[in-house]
Design a binder for this molecule. Structure first.
Ligand SMILES: Cc1cc2nc3c(=O)[nH]c(=O)nc-3n(C[C@H](O)[C@H](O)[C@H](O)COP(=O)(O)OP(=O)(O)OC[C@H]3O[C@@H](n4cnc5c(N)ncnc54)[C@H](O)[C@@H]3O)c2cc1C
Length: 346
């Protein structure tokens, strides 16, 4: 259907042509639109899939929206939300990822995203173990970390699913109340906004169930990207933090003057000898004889990363923060790095 309708997703609760029901409209590429209708108790999926029933629903819905553009139905199917996860995503040399490992309700658009995140978590670990840089225990952390994230997503999505499907009288009452409050009380919007950003994952990283995981605002979460300036100064073109990361672990050291004390330089050199590690020094300025690899002249990136002068952030190859310290603690950093390689003490 060709239409000037904006591409925003639309959720229809309690549409007048079918009171109490739910429908979604999603724009797809190439003038294609996906319209999801919730089946109510007592409605038979086989019957509702018959072409004349589909046409009748579509007519009623498009009429409600005031749309009369020519349209062609290209695909129909029945979808049942499922909240399932395997008890383990690793069986020896076999790893489960994506829908083979877990299936989440679609009310939140997380299924494919979780699958991509699984693979991002797993691939660097496989490469490290195959290259001899990580121990087999590193592969177990894939299972532990991803199941934690999926479990949190399932809890999150259960709320949206209950709101959409109203499985009990209580859920129906709650939804009616939320809809009535919605025009004036913004706090209820969270209840039906299935596409809100996921909560911070906050996974405990490393090859073991560490009892005392490193603290820090972003530990266990993806590193936020931030704009920096090239260390050479130059024309003001930005360099992004993510451009500086690599397949190694990255140690981000924040130094206002761009200087790195000798003891810390020695520590960085030791780490490079023992592990796939590289250091990046972020300075507010690059004084003569300083070592900054990138500049944060106005301190905006440091503020965003909650990293003051002297702070250190250890970033994994998948851009997750393995640990964050207000000042460089070489013992803790080495222990965290080696635990994230599935290895014992350095
Ligand atoms: C209606 C609907 C809406 C969705 N909306 C979203 C959304 O907005 N955002 C989002 O993130 N996710 C969404 N999802 C979920 C998303 O589509 C899935 O999570 C994702 O496609 C899973 O990808 P996958 O590669 O793990 O599995 P699949 O996409 O299922 O791919 C597995 C492939 O393996 C093939 N296969 C199976 N068995 C064999 C075999 N023995 N040999 C060879 N090949 C085989 C299958 O044919 C298939 O092509 C939605 C799902 C549905 C049903």
């Amino acid at each position: 259907m060709k239409s000037n309708l904006s591409k925003a997703r639309r959720l229809f609760l309690d549409p007048p042509y079918k009171p109490g029901s739910t429908a979604f409209l999603h724009a797809q590429p190439f003038d294609t639109w996906r319209l999801d209708f919730a089946l109510e108790d007592g409605e038979d999926a086989e019957v509702e899939l018959q072409p004349q029933r589909i046409e009748a629903r579509l007519d009623a819905h498009l009429a409600m929206m005031g749309l009369s553009e020519p349209r062609k139905i290209i695909w129909t199917s029945v979808y049942r939300p499922r909240s399932v996860t395997l008890p383990s995503y690793r069986r020896g040399r076999v790893f489960f990822a994506g829908d083979a490992a877990h299936q989440t309700p679609i009310f939140g658009g997380r299924g494919l995203n979780l699958g991509f995140a699984d693979v991002i978590n797993l691939t660097w670990k496989l490469a490290y173990v195959l290259n001899g840089q990580g121990h087999d225990a590193l592969l177990d952390s894939y299972d532990r970390e991803r199941r934690h994230v999926v479990r949190n997503a399932l809890i999150d999505l259960a709320q949206s699913t209950i709101f959409m499907s109203r499985p009990t009288r209580g859920a129906a009452l709650m939804r009616d109340a939320a809809l009535q409050l919605s025009p004036t009380e913004s706090f209820v919007h969270d209840l039906f906004d299935g596409h809100r950003a996921p909560k911070r994952e906050g996974i405990s990283l490393g090859g073991t169930d560490d009892k005392d995981p490193p603290k820090g605002a972003f530990t266990g979460n993806p590193l936020p990207d931030a704009a920096l300036q090239p260390a050479t100064g130059g024309s003001g073109s930005s360099v992004f933090l993510y451009d500086l990361l690599s397949q190694d672990f990255t140690g981000l050291y924040f130094s206002a003057q761009g200087k790195v004390p000798d003891s810390i330089q020695r520590f960085f050199a030791q780490m490079k000898d023992k592990a796939p590690f590289r250091s990046i020094v972020v300075g507010q300025q690059n004084e003569t004889g300083a070592h900054a690899d990138a500049l944060d002249p106005d301190g905006a990136a440091s503020k965003k990363l909650e990293a003051a002068d002297g702070a250190f952030i250890l970033v994994r190859p998948d851009s997750y923060v393995a640990g964050q310290w207000d000042e460089l603690n070489s013992d803790q950093i080495a222990t965290t790095l080696f635990s994230n390689l599935g290895r014992g003490a350095p």
